[in-house]
Design a protein. Structure first.
Length: 298
């Protein structure tokens, strides 16, 4: 059986410092665009580091699906850096480093510019109601995180209230990693998805996540439920550009232990929700969509 991790790795071609990346359509986030969590998982897979580590990406433009893209890799003792390009220019920069690396060390001469990556700021976590009360967030057909028809996707259902966005997800066999544990793509995708909805709820707009900084704390067994949550009160609007919102998200295992954390920036794109809402209304009750995008789902 093909796993989500094996399909992700199958899209990475070549050896050495120049690769070709072709992302399967199963890794969609927004329409015709790769999910931010899947691109981070590619960076992590190529680095092939175990133990606590930070995986980060700075997305400059949307990353297309099913299109060969050029991926340049620079390895040092301290980190693995990436630049992802298409024929028009840079799509994303990435970096994987040990969690002990504080990212304040200047890059070595000749290293490519690296994203503004810092240790994610995550508190003890937002309120996570034991009764699972709240409002459901919309789902889609094809999204890697919530797509109801995506056989390689998580098919997670997220909920929100005035305090938080949260959800509990139970891994399937399709998310087994080569070492038998949970594939990191599941964690990066859950964190990115929760951050997207935190930004959408704060702004009332759709958009994209742009600056992703994830810390993977440890290997996670496949047989534990994962609870992802982010507090709405910790979402911070950027003073210098009000389109940008920074979110804090955490993922915990069935025992409540922190397994991954992230600080992720969402950029609101005015009007982008119009197309998204049209698709969502075909599979979601109107009130579910209206709660998130009241200006577009009347």
């Amino acid at each position: 059986m093909a796993t989500t991790d094996s399909v992700l790795r199958r899209g990475i071609e070549g050896e050495g410092d120049e690769r070709i990346l072709t992302l399967d359509p199963a890794f969609q986030g927004l329409p015709e665009t790769a999910h931010g969590g899947s691109v981070l998982a590619v960076f992590d897979a190529i680095a092939a580091w175990s133990g606590p580590r930070r995986v980060a990406g700075l997305y400059r433009r949307r990353v297309p699906l099913d299109v060969p893209l050029r991926l340049a890799i620079t390895r040092t003792d301290a980190a693995v850096a990436y630049t992802l390009r298409d024929d028009s220019g840079v799509l994303a920069d990435g970096r994987v480093s040990p969690a002990a690396d504080d990212d304040r060390t200047p890059p070595r001469s000749g290293d490519p510019p690296r994203p503004r990556l810092q240790q994610p700021r995550v508190s003890e976590g937002p309120p996570t109601p034991s009764g699972e009360t709240g409002h459901p967030l919309p789902v889609s057909a094809s999204c890697l995180a919530c797509g109801i028809d995506n056989r390689l996707g998580l098919q997670v259902r997220l909920t929100f209230d005035d305090e938080a966005v949260w959800g509990t997800w139970s891994p399937r066999e399709a998310f087994r990693a080569p070492d038998g544990g949970l594939a990191p793509v599941a964690l990066t995708t859950l964190l990115d998805e929760a951050a997207f909805w935190l930004g959408a709820l704060a702004s009332g707009e759709s958009g994209m996540t742009t600056d992703l900084r994830v810390t993977l704390h440890r290997r996670v067994p496949l047989d534990t439920a994962i609870r992802v949550a982010g507090g709405r009160r910790t979402v911070r609007r950027h003073a210098d550009d009000p389109r940008y919102w920074t979110t804090e998200v955490a993922a915990r295992d069935g025992r409540g232990e922190l397994v991954a954390a992230a600080e992720i920036t969402f950029v609101a794109v005015r009007g982008a929700a119009r197309r998204l809402v049209n698709g969502m209304l075909s599979i979601n009750p109107p009130d579910v969509v209206r709660r998130v995008f009241p200006a577009y789902a009347r």
